[in-house]
Ligand binder design. Sequence first.
Ligand code: FEO
Length: 169
Amino acid sequence: MINEKMEKAFNDQINKELYSEYLYLSMKAYFERLNLKGFVNWMNVQIQEEHAHGMGMFDYLHQRGGKVVLEAIDKPKSDWTSPLNCFEEILAHEEYVTSRINALLDVAEETKDRAATIFLNWYLKEQVEEEDSVGGVLASLKLIGDDKKALLMLDKELATRVFNPPVIG
Ligand code: FEO
């Protein structure tokens, strides 16, 4: 049976992962408006990943005999000033998520929940990949500046991203 404090931390994080899904859905709508279909595809993959992250914790809580309590999901913003501005915010968001996963690991350590530590290590590794992937797109956008042709080339590249359902834990 999972400890109450750990259970609460997992429930908070389920909410944050589902908020992430919602945020990327809003960003997908932004890129639809810009008609940048490769970016739309990138967001699609991200949306599915965030859903999988949330559901991974949802399933894990049940496996541990815990109770899932869903809270309201915050309203994401719907406008950004440029693709660069959008990806700057994504990186900041993913860094925040990484800090939350670290906070969950602190609770696992404090409550001596070794099983949760092992489970959460997967999420920590995933965050390293997330920050790296977002940082890559951000670096390209900085290089591109106002060059519309280069932006369309990046859009083509992002159209090739595919969702591979993660094996969590
Ligand atoms: Fe679920 Fe993007 O972290």
